[in-house]
Design a protein around this ligand. Structure first.
Ligand code: UD1
Ligand code: MG
Length: 452
């Protein structure tokens, strides 16, 4: 049976103290909402519906940027989780399958967990709830189970008896049910409870009253971590990073100081990559196996091929494509540029909007002058070219295969294959002038001291 995902994301998130809707605050470079959308991908959801309210326009923009096929429905008043899900009723009217309810502020639900819930559904339970054993059950809804382990009810803390409050098996909020069952049950809910809200959680006791079976699946508490404040956000970030480092090492990546390396939600790193301390990966970065990222480097939107060595102190910006066995050394910045296989950009360079051919050598301090104040222009450097130190390449410009530029040149015209381009002032030596000048200056200084 196919699946749909409904993500609740209408809440204000007052405790974030922010103009930005809560679900758009980022963990590992992506809005929490996107993490939740990613979880839904694990059950191959054919429909994704985001229930937006506060900051709906921004939420819609972020959701569609990630998945253009997502549907945004509006919940203008936040009347409770049951009411929120009900906003997806019309959109799902023609959908025949299971619906997973997820929260946009609960970013770490694993796809495997949703798959386990699906298995419970397939084994006959009509409503499947994801629960966890809480260290402090506090305000969470309590899962009330029968002797056979099936689920009888979810009782919100505010409505619970003293005995029910002693239960530590809590509701994560994630629920799975077939579309028709879900909306039939929601239609029977009301707000006759301690909060005056329409509780989604009431569907469990309503299902039981109809003779349907309900079940709970358990996951670790960490997975259900929700974010309500900036402090929670920092805890979520730390949890993500700790997992990502662990996972990278399990997959064959060497991290000599794991706690100083920061990953994004979509960082891909191959086997036998070595990552030195204090490296930061922004979004959309892939490092192929056998590459080395040396200390204090910052990489985003780039691809590093196998055997390449990047850093220390390198900055790779979006569109940097670093070839096999090439080198980008200290204090070099590369943006929207291909560094060919075996090419070297070792010291103090800016390479932007450029193509560097295989095995070319870019001398220290070389700069591609790519921007004229209005337009960006390309620099093309051929294979095995040798760019002298401190060359300014004023784009658009091409330096051919096996060509050279003299150190300190300002290259404004193309240099053909095998040619040497020289664009610098001619040197003139004045015999003995250094000594004569120095003697004169020293005498002037001595005269000044005497006068004062
Ligand atoms: C809910 C559950 C509780 C569970 C807890 C887990 C209900 C009634 N209670 O309680 O059993 O233990 O989550 O964290 O479901 N939202 C909307 N529109 C609304 C109301 C909520 O979009 O009208 C969204 C919120 O933005 C949030 C999520 O739904 O992302 C949960 O709402 P929240 O108010 O935090 O529910 P809890 O009281 O925490
Ligand atoms: Mg909550």
């Amino acid at each position: 049976m196919t699946n749909a995902v409904v993500i609740l994301a209408a809440g204000k998130g007052t405790r974030m103290q922010s103009d930005l809707p809560k679900v758009l605050h980022k963990v590992a470079g992506a809005p929490m909402l996107i993490h939740t959308m990613q979880s839904g991908e694990g059950v191959d959801a054919v429909r994704t519906i985001v229930v937006a309210g506060h900051g709906a326009e921004l939420v819609e923009k972020a959701a569609l940027a990630y998945n253009p096929d997502a549907t945004i429905v509006l919940q203008t008043e936040q009347l409770g989780t049951g009411h929120a899900v009900d906003q997806a009723r019309d959109t799902l009217a023609d959908f025949d399958g299971d619906v997973f309810i997820l929260y946009g502020d609960t970013p770490f639900i694993k796809s495997e967990t949703l798959v386990a819930m699906k298995a419970k559904r397939d084994s006959g339970a009509s409503v499947v709830v994801l629960g966890f054993k809480a260290r402090e059950a506090g305000k969470y809804g309590r899962l009330i189970t029968a002797i056979d382990g099936s689920l009888d009810a979810i009782v919100e803390a505010k409505d619970a008896t003293a005995e029910q409050l002693t239960v530590d098996f809590c509701n994560s909020g994630v629920i799975c049910a077939p579309r028709d069952v879900l909306f039939d049950l929601i239609a029977k809910t009301n707000n006759n409870n301690a909060s005056g809200e329409i509780y989604l959680t009431d569907i469990v006791s309503l299902a039981r009253a109809d003779g349907l079976t309900c079940a709970a699946v358990e996951c670790p508490e960490e997975e259900t971590m929700g974010v309500n404040s900036r402090v929670d956000l920092s805890i979520a970030e730390a949890a993500f990073q700790s997992n990502a480092r662990h996972e990278a090492m399990e997959n064959g990546v060497t991290l000599s100081a794991p706690e100083t390396v920061y990953f994004s939600y979509d960082t891909h790193i191959g086997r036998d990559v070595i990552i030195e301390p204090n490296t930061v990966f922004g979004p959309a970065t892939t490092i192929e196996s056998g590459a080395t990222i040396r200390a204090f480097s910052h990489l985003e939107g780039c691809h590093v091929s196998s055997g390449a060595i990047v850093g220390p102190y390198a900055r790779l910006r979006p569109g940097a494509e670093i070839g096999t066995n090439s080198k980008v050394g200290n204090f070099c910045e590369v943006k929207a540029a291909i560094v060919g296989d075996g090419a070297k950009v070792n010291h103090l360079s800016y390479i932007g909007d450029a193509e560097i051919g295989a095995n070319a050598n870019i001398g220290a301090g070389t700069i591609t002058c790519n921007y004229d104040g209005v337009f960006k222009h390309q620099t093309i450097i051929g294979e095995r070219a040798f760019i002298g130190s401190n060359t300014m390449l004023v784009a658009p410009v091409r330096v051919g295969d096996d060509a050279m530029t003299g150190s300190g040149s300002v290259i404004t015209q193309d240099v053909s294959d095998t040619d040497l381009g020289l664009g610098r002032a001619k040197q003139a030596n004045k015999a003995g002038l250094a000594l004569r000048l120095m003697t004169k200056l020293k005498a002037a200084k001595a005269a000044k001291i005497k006068d004062s």
